[in-house]
Design a binder for this molecule. Structure first.
Ligand code: NAI
Ligand code: MG
Length: 392
C-alpha cells in the first residue's frame, strides 16, 4: 500500500488536513498515512519548525500532503522560543520555504477552476447589458526556486559586487548613488529550471487537453531572463504541435485577467510573475477557500492549499473555514500518483455541492468570519466535508 506523509502544521491546517483524509477514505482511496511534525510548536519546543525526522520521512515516502503553517517575524519568533533554547543561536525559517529549497520543489502548479454556482465566481457585464460568468479553467505553472525570489540581494552592496555591476553600461545612471543608498535584488533564471517548468507545463496541457500555453513574462524589457524563457518555450513548443504557444506581458495579462480569463489554458511564469498571476486567477474562482497547489520536484511532491494558518479562526470550534482548497490539493496529489478516477469523483462531488448551493461555508456567503456565522446560515468545515462525502 502507498504511504502518504501528512503534515497538518498550524492553525486551520490542523482542521482542513484531517478533513481531507476523511474525504479520501470515503472516496475509496487506500493509503497508509504517517503524520509528520512541522510548524510553530516545533519551533517553540525544539528551535526547528522543520525537524530532521520530518525531512527523513518525506525523503523516504516522496509524497506529502501539507496543511498550513504560521510564520512570524524574527523578534516575535525569538520571544516564543522555549526559555532553555533562547540565546543559543536558533533562527526561525519558514518550514514550507525550507521544504521547497531542501527538496528542490521547483515546479509550483496552481490550477484555478471555477465551479458553477459558486457565489464568489467573477462576473462581468456583457455588451448586451446583462451579466456573464466566464468559466475559468486555467492552470498556472510558477517557477518556484529562482527568478526574482532567488534571494541574491543586497542593501549597500559590497565593493566587489558594486564593481561588477559597474561593468554594465546601464549602471551609468546610478554612478553617483552612494552604496549605502543602493539596494539590489537579482532576477536569476537558469536554462535547466526553465526547461523543466516549461516542459512540465506542456506535458500538463497535453495530458489534460488544454489547447494553449501562455508564457507570461516581459521579454521586451527583461531581455535576458524573460528572453531566455521565451526562447526555450519556442523550442519546446515544436514538440507539441497541437498546443498553441502564446506569450503575454505580465502587465497586460493582469488586464486580460478580467477581460477574457476563459481564453487561457496553461500559463507559465517565473517565480514572482507566477506568484502575481496565480493570486489574480485565484481571485476569479473564489479566493483562498478554493485555491489549491502542488510543489513538484524531481523526487518529492508536496500538495497544499495556498492559504495560510488563518490564526483568527484557529480557536473556533466547530471550525468555520472552507476545506475545499485542501480537498482540491488532495485531488492534485491523486492525479500525480495516477489515481485520476478517485480525484475526478471527488471534484465532481465538490462541484455538485457548490452548484446545489445548500451548503456554504462563511466565505461563500460573503460573511465576516466569526462564531456567529452559523446563525447566518453558514455551514461548518465538518458539514462541508459531510456534504461532499454525501455526493461521492
Ligand atoms: P491566511 O491565508 O492564513 O488567511 C487570510 C484570510 O483568508 C483569513 O483571515 C481568512 O479570512 C481567509 N481564509 C484563509 N483560508 C481560508 C479558508 N480555508 N476558508 C475560508 N477563509 C479562509 O493568510 P494570513 O492571515 O496572511 O497569514 C496567517 C499565517 O499563515 C501567517 O503566519 C502566515 O505567515 C501564514 N501563511 C502560511 C502559508 C502556508 O502555510 N503556505 C501561506 C500564507 C500564509
Ligand atoms: Mg502569494
Amino acid at each position: 500500500m502507498r504511504t502518504i506523509v501528512v503534515l497538518p502544521g498550524d492553525g486551520i491546517g490542523k482542521v482542513v488536513l484531517p478533513e481531507s483524509i476523511r474525504l479520501l477514505d470515503a472516496a475509496g482511496f487506500k493509503a497508509d498515512y504517517v503524520w509528520g511534525d512541522i510548524g510553530w510548536d516545533f519551533w517553540c519546543k525544539e528551535g526547528n519548525a522543520l525537524p530532521q525526522r520530518t525531512i527523513d520521512l518525506i525523503a523516504k515516502h516522496k509524497i506529502a500532503l501539507f496543511g498550513a503553517i504560521t510564520s512570524k517575524p524574527k523578534d516575535a519568533a525569538e520571544k516564543e522560543l522555549d526559555p532553555e533554547l533562547k540565546g543559543k543561536g536558533y533562527v526561525y525559517f519558514s518550514p514550507i520555504v525550507s521544504l521547497r529549497q531542501h527538496f528542490n520543489l521547483d515546479i509550483c502548479i496552481r490550477p484555478c477552476l471555477s465551479f458553477k454556482g459558486n457565489p464568489l465566481n467573477f462576473i462581468r457585464k456583457s455588451a448586451s447589458g446583462g451579466f456573464e460568468e466566464p468559466i475559468v479553467n486555467t492552470v498556472i505553472f510558477r517557477q518556484n526556486t529562482e527568478g526574482l525570489y532567488s534571494g541574491v540581494e543586497w542593501t549597500n552592496p559590497p565593493k566587489v559586487v558594486r564593481d561588477a555591476f559597474e561593468t554594465h553600461p546601464k549602471m551609468k545612471t546610478f554612478k553617483n548613488v552612494p552604496s549605502e543608498e543602493l539596494a539590489i535584488s537579482s532576477r536569476i533564471v537558469t536554462k535547466k529550471a526553465s526547461e523543466r517548468i516549461i516542459r512540465a507545463a506542456f506535458e500538463h496541457a497535453k495530458k489534460f487537453g488544454y489547447k494553449n500555453l501562455t508564457l507570461c513574462e516581459k521579454p521586451n524589457v527583461l531581455r535576458e531572463t524573460s528572453g531566455m524563457m521565451f526562447k526555450i518555450a519556442k523550442e519546446i513548443a515544436k514538440e507539441y504541435p497541437n498546443i498553441a504557444l502564446w506569450d503575454t506581458n505580465i502587465d497586460a495579462q493582469m488586464m486580460w485577467l478580467t477581460k477574457n480569463p476563459e481564453d487561457y489554458g496553461v500559463i507559465v511564469a517565473e517565480n514572482m510573475f507566477g506568484d502575481i498571476i496565480s493570486d489574480g486567477f485565484a481571485g476569479l474562482i473564489g479566493g483562498l477557500g478554493f485555491a489549491c497547489s502542488a510543489n513538484i520536484g524531481e523526487e518529492v511532491a508536496v500538495f497544499e492549499p495556498t492559504h495560510g494558518s488563518a490564526p483568527k479562526y484557529e480557536k473556533l470550534n466547530p471550525s468555520i473555514v472552507n476545506p475545499i482548497a485542501m480537498f482540491m490539493s488532495a485531488c492534485m496529489m491523486l492525479d500525480h500518483i495516477g489515481e485520476k478516477e478517485i480525484s475526478n469523483k471527488i471534484r465532481k462531488a465538490i462541484a455538485s455541492v457548490v452548484e446545489e448551493g445548500k451548503v456554504k461555508t462563511y466565505d461563500m456567503l460573503k460573511l465576516r468570519g466569526g462564531a456567529d456565522v452559523f446563525g447566518k446560515g453558514a455551514a461548518s468545515t465538518n458539514q462541508m466535508t459531510d456534504a461532499v462525502i454525501s455526493k461521492l
